[in-house]
Design a protein around this ligand. Sequence first.
Ligand SMILES: Nc1ncnc2c1ncn2[C@@H]1O[C@H](COP(=O)(O)OP(=O)(O)OP(=O)(O)O)[C@@H](O)[C@H]1O
Ligand SMILES: [Mg+2]
Length: 259
Amino acid sequence: MTDILSKKLESKLDDKLISKSKRKHLEDGFKKGKVINEVLDKPTVMTLYKMITDHIIAYVNGSVSAGKESVLFWAVDDNEKNIALKIYLVSTSNFKKREPYILGDPRFSNLKKGTKNLVYLWAKKEFRNLTQCYDLGMPVPRPLYVTNNVLAMDFIGKNGSPAKTLLNSEVDAADYKQAIKIIRDLYHKAKLVHGDFSEYNIFKTENGLVVFDMGSAVDLRHPNSLEFLKRDINNITKFFSKRGLSFEDPAVLFEEIIK
Ligand SMILES: Nc1ncnc2c1ncn2[C@@H]1O[C@H](COP(=O)(O)OP(=O)(O)OP(=O)(O)O)[C@@H](O)[C@H]1O
Ligand SMILES: [Mg+2]
């Protein structure tokens, strides 16, 4: 695309975002007209613009959290329903450490070289993992759409504030039980291992736990899937043990899950 055209689209998107953002008082630091260009590169802005014209979202309301490799935006669709946009950053990301979670997964065997492609593939992988789980009735955010480095899913939380993670919640024996059930169901039903299962990547909602951040989840056929499973069980056990709850021996649990 020519530079002039993309500039035009970009400023059109900015205008759209600004005019929509004026409608409501926003709680977080949404800086008018700035937010998009400071965080997102041009191709990502174009992708968001396409999502608006495709009516996946009506507008972006502001950013919710900024990680090293992704930012989470709160968007709203034409029916005023809240949507979470997980935007993987292409330019700043260090995807080297993600390779072990993609190489070896037969679902992604024809891997194209280059960071951008790896980032796009990662977004697709997270979408696919979420879909695999959601279709089985597992507690994950409902995936809505993925294109390039942008993944849209149901927003878990209220008014642009995400639900609390396990880390920031009071937890009890029922939460431990459900967390282990999720690991078990991931393995036996979805045939996946999360790979980053921890108190940081699980929401505690009034309807129970919701597991997210599924980009690292691997197929059971992945050569390291059992190693990842062991680590997931150990991590979550450590968390509940620190909170003073009783727990099963993780080694026993591991054997029991894989048998
Ligand atoms: N579906 C969602 N609804 C509401 N908030 C979400 C959703 N998914 C993610 N978030 C928010 O964004 C944060 C980061 O999401 P996630 O863990 O998927 O990304 P990440 O790349 O691991 O980022 P980080 O490095 O910060 O962990 C979460 O802690 C949560 O607050
Ligand atoms: Mg995370």
